[in-house]
Each structure stands twice: as structure tokens, then as C-alpha cells.
Design a binder for this molecule. Structure first.
Ligand SMILES: [Mg+2]
Length: 166
């Protein structure tokens, strides 16, 4: 069996109810670095065309078949427009994760800011603590992963995207 799926499967066997939170940019969506403002502006127009990372999405589709796990999307959006584009992208590319499980934290709506950017995801997961025995968190940002691990401790298993590629 795939190494990553095996790890997730083991966590699910050791716990009653598990929630897995999955980041978008750099995790299931190709992260493109832009060199100029002009390019950046264009990129905002093109989130819908961003490439899905199929190797990860295929693994998530298999993980979703484990019966005591709920998959969530947990992502930040700088603007409401990006939030809407992310929703459309999810509809197009990850239809097996239900819409009520999409947690999109919007900066324009003051749902996060520069100061709490690194721990807002941990806070959102913590709000679901009563419903789950264990959390799994897949992200490409080591600071956000580290903060979540520190805050949620033995309740959470954090994985950098690199762990899902082997
Ligand atoms: Mg990311």
C-alpha cells in the first residue's frame, strides 16, 4: 500500500472519529511564483485555471473511502473574489469533499490578519475538537504546521506535503 495512505489508515484504526484538514495552495493546487506585479494581477484572474496536483488528489480520494474519516478543506483567501474562485476550483477538481466541509478563511472579511495568519488554522481545527478523537493536517507551510502541532499537541498528526509524495 502507498506509504502515506498507510499512515493515515493506521491513525484511523487507532481512533474512533478522525478529521483530516487539507490546505489548497501548494498542497492540492500548483503554487506558482510570480516575479512582477503585472503577472500577479494576471494570476488573480486565473486561479480557476490553476493546475490540480493530481497525485495528491488521487490519494485523498482513496483516503476519503475510509469510513471513520471526514475530509475538510482548510485554506486562506486574501479577497472575497479569491474565495469565490477557490470554491469554483474545488467544485471542478475535488468534488468528493462536500461543500459544507470547505473552510475558507477570508482576509477581506477580517477572518484573519497578518498577526494571526500562522495560527488561525489551528484555531479553526480546535473549534471542531468535540466532534473528533484525532486530527490530521496536510499543508505545505512548515510554520503553520508547527503552530498547529504546538497548539493541538497529541490530538493532531501533521504532515508536510512532502510526506504525501512518497
Ligand atoms: Mg499552502
Amino acid at each position: 500500500m502507498d506509504k502515506f495512505i498507510e499512515k493515515i489508515d493506521r491513525i484511523c484504526r487507532e481512533n474512533k472519529k478522525v478529521a483530516m484538514f487539507v490546505d489548497m495552495d501548494g498542497t492540492i493546487v500548483e503554487y506558482v511564483i510570480y516575479g512582477s506585479e503585472k503577472e500577479l494581477t494576471n494570476s488573480k484572474n486565473n486561479f480557476l485555471n490553476a493546475n490540480p496536483i493530481d497525485i495528491i488528489i488521487d490519494k485523498l480520494r482513496k483516503i476519503n473511502e475510509i469510513n471513520n474519516i471526514d475530509l475538510y478543506i482548510l485554506t486562506l483567501a486574501k479577497t472575497t473574489r479569491i474565495e469565490e474562485e477557490k470554491k469554483q476550483w474545488l467544485k471542478n477538481n475535488v468534488g468528493f469533499i462536500k461543500e459544507e466541509n470547505w473552510i475558507i478563511i477570508n482576509k477581506e472579511k477580517n477572518e484573519y490578519n497578518k498577526e494571526n495568519r500562522d495560527y488561525i488554522k489551528a484555531k479553526k481545527m480546535e473549534e471542531k475538537s468535540n466532534n473528533y478523537d484525532a486530527f490530521i493536517f496536510l499543508d505545505d507551510d512548515h510554520k503553520i504546521l508547527k503552530t498547529a502541532k504546538t497548539k493541538l499537541n497529541e490530538k493532531i498528526h501533521v504532515f508536510h506535503i512532502s510526506s504525501a509524495l512518497i
